[in-house]
Design a protein around this ligand. Structure first.
Ligand code: GTP
Ligand code: MG
Length: 204
């Protein structure tokens, strides 16, 4: 898919204020600093569309971007960000959960995982929660430029083994690097496929 336009639409804390148009939507989630905003920029090939930072906790709102005037990408705040207050963390969780549970045109959630790390409890639990709620998701490994090809294969296999302790079958897996533009076309092809099958009457 060719990206002809990528426009910021709105940022907010309330799913009810998200754009009303019945367009297919794909959201990015994962631990703070895993590379959600960077991957959104890499996918649409725009350097500063979503705000990125070396420090965790940069994205704090639900951010909608309209792509090619006919689908949405959504940048969400990270979870597991340790240095915010308990109250704020609770507010973030409520905001994200409300969005995930109520957003009817959300076609698929991209759960981002840092390819360098072992499976983390917080990610495993999050994906289990998505399974229980029936929210479709795929796994997206980030920052693959930071390790060798051998290590990538080793880490992915280890992660799969861990997931198979809880799941009978695994969701689709993408290996990406925003830095090196790896895996971005695979994600665009995935989105294109789902955009083609999108029926707006089902989400009204
Ligand atoms: P929050 O909004 O804080 O939850 O973080 P985020 O998940 O949106 O992460 P962000 O995209 O802001 O990236 C965090 C840091 O990781 C930045 O310093 C990025 O430059 C770096 N980063 C992101 N993706 C990659 C990648 O593919 N490779 C490398 N080497 N660095 C990356
Ligand atoms: Mg971010």
């Amino acid at each position: 898919m060719k990206i002809k336009s990528a426009d910021f639409v709105i940022s907010n804390t309330d799913y009810e204020l998200c754009p009303k148009e019945s367009l297919p939507e794909y959201a990015f989630i994962g631990r703070s600093n895993v590379g959600k905003s960077s991957l959104i920029n890499a996918i649409v090939d725009r350097k500063n569309l979503a705000k990125t930072s070396g420090k965790p906790g940069k994205t704090q709102l639900i951010n909608h971007f309209k792509i090619n005037n006919n689908w949405f990408l959504v940048d969400l705040p990270g979870y597991g960000y340790a240095t915010i207050s308990k109250t704020k963390r609770h507010e973030f969780k409520k905001m994200i959960n409300n969005y995930l549970l109520n957003r009817k045109n959300l076609i698929c959630l991209f759960v981002l995982l840092d390819i360098r790390h072992n499976a983390q409890k917080i990610d495993i639990e999050f994906m289990q929660q998505m399974g229980e709620e029936g929210i479709p998701f795929v796994m997206v490994f980030t920052k693959s430029d930071k390790i060798s090809q051998t290590q990538i294969i080793k880490n992915i296999n280890k992660y799969k083994e861990e997931m198979l302790k809880y799941w009978e079958s695994l969701p689709e897996i993408f290996i990406t690097s925003s830095e090196k533009q790896i895996g971005t076309n695979d994600i665009l092809n995935f989105i294109e496929k789902y955009n083609k099958g999108f029926d707006p009457t089902l989400v009204q």
